[in-house]
Design a protein around this ligand. Structure first.
Ligand code: SAH
Length: 248
């Protein structure tokens, strides 16, 4: 079943109007016909069964045949503070993180980030498209948020609530142990929120870890082996969502 996120205003009086790019996809790529059924997600947690009424690459319309709550949304709100990585690695994390249940991505420019400090508008649009397609594919009820890129010290300063930083060296508890110590009580009280910082290919500098600690961000380990940054992001996400029961 094909799924499409639409803005709330696209759904009114029991009908939906698809955007031009979605209309083109429906008409020219998928070659769907009037009478075919697709799903529409309203980014507020509902999934609608839509019967297509008129199909054209310019504007396609459909009629609502029913709606139910999307089951793909995790209860936990996990935000990844992800250091900028090489394009393909970063996009891998946006896609897989969305499939797994990440709620927000904050691109972070850290000392050893490979790319400079400029995130072009084109890049953002591309990242948003990757996240949207992954969210449609995995039947998320809401689109993960992509926040503006910020520098590491600013990220430490603005982050609120329980926050972990994945540190590949030094004395630190495993992420499971840290969750058991810091989050056991909070996990029961919904919605549970957690921020997880993942460093760049070259790792964090010791000064960055110190800065994070000075803001109350807790260093955690993802095990005795050094993982690639993109692996660390996916493993960290999986361990958090497994702990909170969001993968059951
Ligand atoms: N190049 C560095 C490793 C960087 S790994 C080195 O060889 O020292 C990239 C990022 O992934 C790290 O900054 C950290 O956030 C995360 N990471 C990788 N392995 C980890 C581990 N075993 N425990 C915690 N974090 C890890």
């Amino acid at each position: 079943m094909q799924r499409f996120f639409v803005p709330r205003e696209a759904l009114s009086h029991g009908t939906v109007t698809f955007r031009p790019d979605q209309s083109r996809q429906i008409a020219s790529v998928l070659r769907l016909q009037p009478g075919d059924v697709v799903n529409v997600l309203d980014n507020a947690g509902w999934i609608y069964d839509i019967e297509l009424t008129d199909v054209s690459p310019m504007t396609t319309h459909g009629t609502v045949r029913g709606r139910h709550l999307a089951t793909g949304e995790p209860r936990t709100k996990l935000t990844l503070y992800l250091s900028l990585l090489k394009a393909d690695k970063l996009e891998f994390v946006f896609q897989k993180g969305t499939e797994l249940g990440v709620s927000g991505f904050v691109p972070v420019i850290s000392d050893r980030s490979v790319i400079g400090s400029i995130v072009s508008e084109n890049k953002r649009i591309r990242w948003e498209r990757i996240i949207t397609e992954a969210a449609e594919q995995s039947e998320r009820g809401r689109l993960p948020q992509l926040y503006p890129a910020i520098v590491f010290p600013q990220a430490c300063e603005q982050v609120r609530g329980l926050s972990f930083i994945a540190a590949e060296r030094g004395e630190r508890p495993s992420i499971q142990k840290a969750l058991a110590e810091k989050a056991r009580a909070a996990v029961g009280s919904r919605p549970f929120s957690l921020n997880l910082f993942i460093g760049p290919e070259g790792g964090y500098t010791p000064e960055e870890i110190q800065t994070a600690v000075s803001y109350g961000i807790i260093p955690v380990s993802l095990g005795p082996r050094i993982l690639r940054a993109e692996t660390a992001a996916i493993v960290g996400t999986t361990l958090v969502l497994a702990y909170t029961g969001d993968l059951e």
